[in-house]
Design a protein around this ligand. Structure first.
Ligand code: GZL
Length: 329
């Protein structure tokens, strides 16, 4: 059983939001004099996963808006094309550049100890945003902020249980293999749907992308055809890709195949409002302002919560119609 220290901390953090004494205070970089943030510009290296989905685009924009020169930052941005080795190389580059702080949206949960130890040795604080990691020593990062993936999966599973009251055959489009959202949404869904007469015919990664979601769904349809009655897509984009495959197979999405997804991007809520999806669980990508606040406090040596959990909601087709006009992403 994979023990994830951070998940427990996230829960504790979410429940208590207790102020804990972390943050190294001294940073490895030579913060240059100027800027509007207390007279010093904070140079931040941000290692983003890539640009795999609409959620990611919104998260990236939120981070770039928050880490602006006007807010007292110099941002060095890297998108790793969903390859962990490229993301680790980006973090090493930030260390070599002597930045004041590093922010990572870690593609997968494992493989972070070595590079985080290098950042610690260089006295450069690391803040995690979005996804969580397995780590041998929680002091290797100063703080994490993101969404509760297990709760998102459980909400989707509870909807599936309410919907699949008679025997139901389901297929699953999983997120990036080894990523916290893929692992935790699967765990949460199983808990939420426990006891329901739902048979999982197949489950395969679509890498959180529309293209792979379509390709994998085509394979499911070739193998199972109209036996498929439900699709759980771990993000909107894979669900949106699957819509094309379902229609091409002569089936009606939202009717022949009930679809539940996670993210609640504009395109996902539009598909829901149009009746092509049946239920969507939100995962808030707009974390930039909170991450920037964390970085300023950590660099200044102030105590920060070890973990902060963003709030999420869920949507039916009617709720999506009402929400769409005001959605920020
Ligand atoms: C979740 C985030 C996931 C989204 C996907 O916080 O890590 O990655 O659900 C994105 O859309 O690609």
């Amino acid at each position: 059983m994979r023990k994830r220290l951070l998940a427990g901390l996230a829960l504790v953090g979410a429940l208590s939001l207790a102020m804990t004494g972390c943050g190294s205070g001294s940073s490895g970089g030579a913060a240059t004099a100027s800027g509007s943030s207390g007279g010093k510009v904070i140079t931040v290296g941000f290692a983003q996963t890539g640009s795999e989905s609409g959620w990611r685009a919104a998260n990236t924009q939120s981070m770039k808006d928050a880490f602006s020169a006007a807010n007292g930052f110099k941002l060095i941005f890297n998108a790793a094309d969903n390859k962990q080795e490229a993301q680790i190389a980006a973090v090493r580059s930030f260390i070599n550049q002597g930045v004041d702080a590093i922010v990572i949206a870690p593609i997968t949960v494992d493989g972070w100890d070595d590079v985080l130890k290098e950042a610690k040795a260089a006295k450069i604080p690391v803040i995690l945003e979005d996804r969580t990691i397995n780590v041998s020593d929680p002091s290797l990062y100063a703080a994490w902020i993101g969404d509760d993936f297990k709760k998102e999966g459980q909400t989707a599973g509870e909807w599936a249980k309410k919907t699949g009251t008679s025997p139901t055959n389901m297929v699953v489009l999983e997120g990036t293999t080894g990523s916290a959202p893929a692992l935790d949404r699967a765990t949460g869904f199983a808990a939420g749907a426990a006891g329901a007469p739902i048979t999982k015919l197949a489950s395969q990664t679509g890498n959180f992308t529309r293209a792979d979601g379509k390709t994998v769904m085509e394979g499911f349809l070739q193998k199972y055809g109209n036996k498929i009655q439900m699709l759980f897509a771990q993000n909107d984009d894979m669900g949106l890709g699957a819509l094309d495959a379902i229609s091409a197979a002569g089936m009606v999405p939202g009717k022949d195949i009930k679809i539940v997804t996670i993210d609640a991007t504009h395109d996902g809520l539009q598909a829901l409002a149009d009746g092509k999806f049946n239920y969507v669980v939100e995962c808030n990508p707009l974390l930039g302002a909170q991450v920037a606040d964390l970085v300023k406090k950590v660099v200044a040596g102030q105590p920060v919560p070890k973990s902060q959990v963003a709030s999420d909601q869920s949507f039916t087709q009617e709720q999506a119609k009402a929400a769409l006009p005001d959605r920020k992403y």
